[in-house]
Design a protein around this ligand. Structure first.
Ligand code: SF4
Length: 431
């Protein structure tokens, strides 16, 4: 055993976080003159729809607590960096910073905010000649604090510290990780080799089932996990939501390269008793056995239209488009079989025989199916990612009477679903 991993119950600010940092000796070696970079998880932002932030974003409360702890030590060169998914122009990292009160924190404490999407990069080679472009600010620091949320993920089962580092990549490298031949988790597991986080703190005030966005269900959990060993923090955090080291492919890739154990017994936990804080959370969305749509399609008796399950080549840009398609197909169902159409997304899906029309969402699908003999009539939706209005038009062209208001209604309902529930407190996301 080497370093210690702290597991602390969140009860007060900033004391609980301070205790976690002390227990794992997280600030050992930190000097007041150090350049400190904090990387939260502000996965994506959308000004058009209210996003229920619980379990989705690193809480503003703990971010302020961390800044207070750093300031108490005399640190004065503190930056917060993130590269949120940019769904539309002017709807990305800076809007997330503003919407979650990080901009107010920055002014209050003299902290710099960095949008990694705008950063210059350094390139790092992995797996032969493949390259990852990483934001310079994430590399040119003395002390990197990785500050993810305790959440599950529909492609990688969990999204903790190692996964959170993907936000430091340039967009083209993020897309490269969603590779058609290499595994997503293998690709992003290399980022920690290049950034080498000094400290990982997992914000578990809320935990998210079926994440990584607010379409899953959040739970109040009130834990903080902290460690100077990036894998140890992730292993213990994953365990609190029911996952062992062997369950998570990217843990395996990282552990193998670094000669580390995946067995939790090989890591020293200080603070709370781990067994008292384990509550398994689901990560996956059920799909029909014949891969024609999410479980709800089968429940409602939807036939005709088919939406195969997303795979790990679907990158964050097209992910909302896949979700939009699901809701739109649901909106078209009036109790009768839907027109024969298959709707494909990601980079490697292949059209199956038997459908009169095939909607190809995004440039990757167009390319992957350009010579597919199973396609009777292709309806291409160009774009990387395609525009929402083009998706709506394509589904209409396929004969589906979709109602875009149903999508807006769904998004509204998702944003409001925790309203009035006692343990879901907006104060954790305001400065
Ligand atoms: S078309 Fe979609 S899946 Fe392909 S790279 Fe662009 S955003 Fe990603």
């Amino acid at each position: 055993m080497g370093s210690k991993t702290a597991l602390v119950k969140y009860t007060a600010s900033p004391d609980s976080l301070r205790k976690a940092i002390e227990l794992c000796r997280g600030f050992e070696g930190l000097k007041p003159t150090d350049k400190v970079l904090i990387k939260p998880n502000l996965v994506a932002w959308d000004d058009r729809f209210r996003i229920a932030p619980f379990g989705v974003y690193t809480t503003t409360r703990l971010m302020e607590d961390l800044i207070i702890c750093l300031k108490d030590l005399g640190c004065h060169q503190i930056a917060i960096g993130e590269g949120s998914v940019q769904l539309k122009k002017d709807m990305g990292t800076m809007q997330a910073f503003a919407g979650l009160g990080y901009t107010t924190l920055a002014k209050r404490y003299g902290v710099t905010l960095v949008d990694f999407n705008e950063s210059k990069t350094d390139k790092f080679t992995f797996h032969g000649d493949m390259q990852l472009a990483i934001a310079k600010e994430a590399l040119e620091q003395d002390f990197f604090i990785n500050f993810p949320v305790l959440k599950t993920h529909g492609q990688t089962k969990i999204s903790l510290g190692l996964k959170n580092l993907k936000g430091c990549l340039k967009l083209a490298s993020k897309k490269l990780c969603h590779n058609t031949s290499l595994d997503l988790e293998y690709c992003f597991s290399f980022i920690a080799d290049f950034i080498k986080p000094t400290l990982t703190i997992v914000d578990g005030i809320y935990a998210l089932e079926r994440g990584a966005l607010h379409f899953g269900n959040a739970y109040r959990k009130d834990v903080i996990i902290a460690a100077t060993d990036a894998l140890a923090a992730d292993l213990i955090a994953a365990k609190t939501i029911g996952y062992s080291g062997e369950d998570i492919a990217h843990f395996g890739h990282y552990a193998k390269r670094h000669g580390k154990s995946l067995a939790i017994e090989d890591y020293e936990i200080v603070g709370e008793n781990l067994a008292d804080h384990i509550k398994p959370l689901k990560w996956d969305w059920a799909w029909s056995a014949d891969n024609t749509g999410p479980g709800v399609f089968q429940k409602m008796g939807i036939t005709g239209a088919a939406l195969p399950k997303y795979d790990d080549s679907l990158c964050s840009g097209c992910s909302p488009i896949a979700n939009l398609s699901n809701i739109l197909v649901l909106s078209a169902f009036k109790g009768q079989p839907l027109p024969s159409v298959e709707i494909l997304n990601g980079k490697k899906m292949q059209a199956r025989p038997g459908y009169a029309k095939t909607v190809l969402l995004g440039n990757c699908m167009l390319e992957a199916n350009k010579d597919n003999p199973n396609i009777q009539e292709a309806i291409p939706v160009k774009g990387c990612p395609p525009k929402e209005e083009d998706v709506v038009s394509a589904l209409q062209a396929a004969g589906l009477e979709v109602n875009v208001l149903a999508y807006y209604g769904y998004m509204k309902q998702q944003g409001e679903k925790y309203d009035g529930k006692e343990s879901f407190e907006e104060r954790f996301f305001t400065a």
